[in-house]
Every structure is written in C-alpha cells, then in structure tokens.
Design a protein around this ligand. Structure first.
Ligand SMILES: CC(C)(COP(=O)(O)OP(=O)(O)OC[C@H]1O[C@@H](n2cnc3c(N)ncnc32)[C@H](O)[C@@H]1OP(=O)(O)O)[C@@H](O)C(=O)NCCC(=O)NCCS
Length: 146
C-alpha cells in the first residue's frame, strides 16, 4: 500500500492516542512514546496515507549500535508492505549513524515479526530468557552493515 514514512511528531501521537491499544496492539504506552519523542537519541517515524497513520516505528542510538524499540502496523493494514517500509527507514537511519549494526528483541512466539526481520537479513544471535512479562523468551536479532 502507498504510504509516506515521515518523522513522528507530538501531533501524530495525539492523533493515535485513543486508538493505540485497540488498533495497534503496541506495548509502548503513549506516555512513553511522548518521552521518546523528546529523547535526542531516539528517532521515530510514522507511515502515513491520506493523513491517516497506519503504523510507526523507532530506534535508539545506543553506545555501540542502534536498537529498534518498536515497529507496529495498524491491525487492519497488515500484510500490505507497511512494516517493511518502516523497517527500511529505520535501517537507512541506522546506517547513517555509522554504528555498524542494528539490533532488536522479538518475542519467540511472534513469527510474523521474525519473518519480517529475516527478510531484511537480521540474524538471531541469542535468547533473553523470560524477557516479556517474565514469561516469554526474546530472540535477539542483529543486522550488521559492515
Ligand atoms: C510485524 C508487523 C510490524 C509486520 O508488519 P506488516 O506491515 O504486516 O509487514 P509486511 O506486510 O511489510 O510484511 C513483510 C514480511 O513480513 C513477513 N510477515 C508479515 N506478517 C506475516 C504473517 N502474518 N505471517 C507470516 N509472515 C508475515 C513476511 O515475510 C512478509 O513478507 P511477504 O509479504 O513478502 O511474505 C505487524 O505484524 C505488526 O504490527 N505486528 C504487531 C506488533 C509487533 O509484533 N511488532 C514487532 C515487535 S518486535
């Protein structure tokens, strides 16, 4: 689906605030996202079509690599290539930092997300036991640029 990937603003956030939990099922609360927008080491983007926000994602610039904090597509817009476009943007921004890699955690049961990351060359490097709610394990996946 056609969409534009642009930097997220507080206005975007207030537009999706009321539907964040029901239509995006993101684990980031709106208040955390708001703090993220003020963090100089974070970069967040939204996927927009006809002024409608269809998804968003962000990265943190850490000491030695970039970390994908979140990538979420609106439930009724999945499997249309939007997650790929957001991830491509995050990879592009991470490459510009010259840090050499981009890392993320993904729930061991989240097959759609793992397939998305595999498609872009991320490799599983390890497991963080009981990372999610002290129950589910996380797979740590990294994409090296160099
Ligand atoms: C993971 C997520 C962001 C993918 O977004 P999306 O817009 O549906 O992804 P795309 O349409 O760009 O799909 C890209 C690839 O991902 C994989 N994929 C995505 N959804 C899939 C599914 N339900 N089943 C299997 N593979 C899937 C496929 O390899 C797909 O490529 P293909 O269409 O050529 O087969 C979306 O499912 C989502 O928002 N999930 C809930 C939040 C979440 O779990 N985020 C990840 C946190 S680590």
């Amino acid at each position: 689906m056609e969409c534009e990937i642009i930097p997220m603003t507080l206005e975007h956030l207030s537009n999706i605030d009321s539907i964040l939990i029901s239509e995006f099922d993101s684990f980031w609360s709106s208040s955390i996202l708001k703090e993220e927008l003020q963090n100089p080491n974070s970069k967040y983007f939204v996927a927009i079509n006809n002024s409608k926000i269809l998804g968003f994602g962000g990265i943190w610039k850490a000491v030695d690599d970039c970390h994908v904090t979140d990538i979420v597509v609106k439930k009724d817009c999945r499997r249309l290539g939007i997650g790929s476009k957001i991830l491509e943007k995050l990879i592009q921004v991470a490459k510009q930092t010259n840090l050499g890699s981009i890392t993320l955690e993904v729930n061991i049961n989240n097959i759609p997300a793992q397939k998305l990351y595999n498609k872009y060359g991320f490799k599983a490097l390890g497991v963080r036991k009981k990372y999610y709610n002290n129950t589910d394990d996380a797979i740590v996946m990294t994409l090296y640029f160099k």
